[in-house]
Design a protein around this ligand. Structure first.
Ligand code: AKG
Ligand code: FE2
Length: 336
């Protein structure tokens, strides 16, 4: 059966004060009840044009171990490269739903246009997220399937390729600093996740306006299973991170790239760096769009705590396993 796209649901209920009951979160998840107004800690914004990687590594390592989350500025990606990416993605999502369905996911594939069907634990009803998305790989060339890249607008491919090329430079810099911050050689963290075979999975999240943003969520609470996730949002706020059990709004910082530490880096660092728990809220009047890129190990690559970081006093806290098996357990909510 076809799933209704949230964009279609939203267009039929904008004038009303309510939303279909399958989007209403239980009270302990409702953003209207569970969001903390102000932070008593700084969510770090880090300028990464510092050529002293040792110094930068310290700042990044601190943010990665205390929060697992930060934003970076002065990253060197020109504004127009990000604008072109965002314009093309927005134009794609503004096409009629029928045209977008040509890119819908095929059974068993992650790539394509779709609406998440969130698996809840046994016996619980599924609650839907107020968001549609598009997934496709963007790097390295041998994993790209252009079948899932929009042909309309025509600028989509070039804009996405250029952004990806620039983003790889930022990712490499972050990996080097995070590796140095663990006391390792600069290349060791990236090598532990697949090195040059690391796969870049692009996602576009499209969150239409929602009449009851106090009751619904876009993407519910989760950690990313990637190594790192690098994201550029549009100007509509909505990202929240969890620290010590409380939910905090993340400010929109113009021109920044948002960095989430994902599960694989937590594992490789043997818990020194933390995968951040996060979720997204939606806006009553405006459409939020975000472009995360998940940096993932190849499916058959085994990821585990980096051997140099474990010893008798500090034994491995995580199993080593193939990324494919990790992803299977995570997506099916099975123990790791
Ligand atoms: O839209 C965002 O800012 C975050 C989305 C997200 O967490 C995800 O797609 O994994
Ligand atoms: Fe996420």
């Amino acid at each position: 059966m076809e799933t209704a796209r949230v964009q279609s649901v939203a267009s039929t209920c904008t004038s009303k004060e309510d939303i279909p009951s399958d989007f209403i979160r239980p009270e302990n998840e409702q953003p209207g009840i569970t969001t903390v107004g102000s932070t008593d800690f700084e969510i770090p914004v880090i300028e990464i044009n510092d050529s002293d990687e040792e110094r930068l590594a310290k700042v990044i390592a601190k943010a990665s171990s205390e929060i697992g989350f930060f934003q970076v500025t002065n990253h060197g990606i020109p504004r127009d490269v990000i604008d072109n990416l965002q314009r093309a993605g927005k134009e794609f999502f503004e096409l009629p739903v029928q045209e977008k369905e040509e890119y819908s996911k095929l059974p068993g594939s992650l790539e394509g246009y779709g609406t998440a069907l969130q698996k809840e634990s046994e016996g619980k009803e599924n609650i839907k997220g107020w968001v549609d998305h598009l997934f496709h790989r963007v790097w390295p060339p041998h994993v790209i399937n252009h079948r899932f890249w929009p042909k309309n607008p025509q600028s989509y491919r070039e804009a996405t390729e250029e952004y990806t090329k620039q983003l790889r430079g930022v990712a490499d810099k972050l990996f080097r600093c995070m590796s140095i911050g663990l006391g390792l050689e600069a290349n060791e963290l990236k090598d532990g996740a697949g090195g040059e075979n690391l796969e870049y999975m692009m996602k576009i999240n499209y969150y239409p306006p929602c009449p009851r943003p106090d009751l619904a969520l876009g993407v519910p609470a989760h950690t990313d299973m990637s190594t790192l996730t690098l994201l550029v949002p549009n100007e509509v706020p909505g990202l929240q991170i969890c620290k010590d059990g409380s939910w905090y709004n993340v400010d929109y910082v113009p021109d920044a790239i948002v960095v989430h530490i994902g599960d694989q880096i937590e594992i490789m660092s043997n818990g020194k760096y933390k995968a951040v728990l996060h979720r997204t809220t939606v806006d009553k009047h405006r459409t939020r769009i975000s472009w995360p890129v998940f940096l993932e190990p190849p499916a058959d690559f085994t990821v585990g705590p980096i051997p140099k970081l474990i010893n008798d006093e500090n034994p491995a806290k995580y199993k080593s396993k193939k990324y494919r098996d990790y992803a299977y357990c995570k997506l099916n909510k099975l123990p790791q």
